[in-house]
Design a protein around this ligand. Structure first.
Ligand code: A2P
Length: 285
């Protein structure tokens, strides 16, 4: 069985999943999902805005039997798009379900604290987030969303949610790699019992040529991608590397058969400089 973490609602989530941002087109999705299932991935991270929910659902339907797997053997994440934040949330989530062609989604996240079309400083943002969360709570109660959570929330968005939610978020998914260690958000997650999950562990590929990363990779006879992913999972942080290349998909899952020394972990963590490669949500009120 794939290594996993236990979420605060008793649901188990694999430590490794395929990130699907920028994975487009039926042929590419089919090939990536096929290579992932063959390599042992059991989790897939999609989103309404990625535009690949329908292809993911179709690919799984056709490929699961090949690996003697059923829907229950895989963990599917998707996310509510910023255009559906607020009053469109229920419909948006139902649309994800019908796009995927599934009776339930394992984990559904609010993708972004803001609302598309509203300025980041618009005071309607908090109300829209609350309305979205209420819709997710309702679908969770109906068994349509097994776990619910958020993505790209800052510490203040998290505190706001913890102060008003009926169902606690199970997961916070944010950018996390040695250049952005997210110390405060990790503390907040610890305090509230929320699973902290990484995206862009490779810094959108930018960290693969970082000299310190190359040095650690050389010393432990692994690739830079494996070192960056191992650095996260060795801190119990689940990862979602994206690749559309079968060779790299296989490479990225070989991270559970070696350990980084404390010295190497420290060297990588010392690269922290609060540098992001993805959008920063800190301006969203
Ligand atoms: P590709 O899809 O062509 O493999 P992140 O997950 O941090 O957003 O990084 C994803 C980027 O890193 C993609 O551009 C992906 O390109 C590339 N990538 C993923 N895995 C590897 C790997 N093992 N080696 C080199 N590049 C990789």
């Amino acid at each position: 069985t794939a290594p996993s973490v236990l979420l605060n609602n008793g649901v188990r989530m694999p430590l490794l999943g395929l990130g699907m941002y920028k994975l487009w087109g039926w042929e590419d999705v089919l090939q990536a999902v096929d290579a992932s299932l063959a390599a042992g991935y059991r989790a897939f991270d999609s989103a309404a805005v990625y535009g690949n929910e329908a292809d993911l659902g179709r690919a799984l339907k056709s490929l699961l039997p090949k690996y003697d797997l059923t829907r229950e053997d895989v963990f599917i994440t998707s996310k509510l798009g910023p255009k559906d934040q607020g009053e469109g949330a229920m419909e948006g989530a139902l649309h994800s379900l019908s796009n995927l062609g599934m009776d339930y989604i394992d984990l559904y996240l609010i993708h972004w604290p803001g609302t598309r079309g509203l300025d980041v400083t618009d005071q309607r943002n908090p109300g829209n987030r609350a309305q979205s969360w209420a819709a997710l709570e309702e679908l969770h109660a109906r068994g349509k969303l097994k776990a619910i959570g958020v993505s790209n929330y800052t510490p203040s968005h998290m505190r706001e949610l913890m102060g008003s939610c009926k169902v606690r978020p199970a997961v916070l998914q944010v950018e996390f790699h040695p250049f952005e260690c997210q110390a405060e958000l990790r503390r907040v997650c610890q305090e509230f019992g929320v699973c902290f999950q990484a995206y862009s562990s490779l810094g959108r590929g930018e960290l693969l040529t970082e000299p310190q990363v190359l040095q650690v990779a050389e010393s432990c006879q692994r690739t830079p991608a494996q070192v960056l992913l191992r650095w996260a999972v060795q801190q119990d942080v689940p990862v979602l590397p994206k690749s559309s290349n079968p060779e790299r998909i296989r490479e990225n899952c070989r991270i559970f058969d070696f350990t980084l020394s404390d010295g190497d972990m420290g060297k990588l963590s010392a690269l922290n400089r609060g540098q992001r490669f993805c959008w920063n949500p800190s301006q969203v009120v």
